[in-house]
Design a protein. Structure first.
Length: 148
């Protein structure tokens, strides 16, 4: 009876392990997505600084009003893109945190299931040992009864 329980719990523990591994894989994906989002934000910010530097240099050497408007319009579009990307990074960071919590929960569940399986295995082994000892005692007692 207990071996059947151990077997069933072992299957549940295996499923918990699979879920933990799946959560770990999702966490890795989230990390990669977050890194890509941060990298894109950094590129946009660097491009903005570079373009602002070009504007300062062009302004110092003289530029038409139309060129100045074009630069400013482009910088405004770039600032909007940066703001949008900051939102992407923030949402990515939140998703990453959520996935970390998910992995932690799955890991704890797996650990609890492994502990439970180990306890039931020990209990089943103790019961098997007791049964074997009773059988040995019964054989010994039967043998000595036969000698009398």
């Amino acid at each position: 009876m207990n071996n059947d329980r151990v077997f069933k719990l072992s299957r549940v523990a295996q499923l918990a392990e699979t879920e933990r591994d799946r959560a770990a894989g999702h966490l890795q994906e989230r990390r990669e997505q977050h890194g890509a989002a941060q990298s894109q934000l950094s590129q946009l910010q660097a491009f903005q600084q570079e373009y602002e530097q070009h504007l300062r240099e062009a302004s110092a050497s003289g530029m038409s009003a139309q060129q100045l408007r074009d630069y400013r319009r482009f910088l405004a579009s770039l600032a909007e893109a940066i703001q949008q990307q900051e939102g992407v990074v923030q949402r990515s960071d939140e998703a990453l945190g959520q996935q970390r919590r998910e992995l932690q929960q799955r890991s704890q569940h797996h650990s609890r299931m492994d502990d439970l399986v180990a306890r039931y295995r020990k209990q089943a082994q103790r019961e098997t040992d007791k049964q074997e000892q009773r059988q040995l005692d019964d054989r010994y007692a039967a043998r000595h009864r036969g000698e009398r």
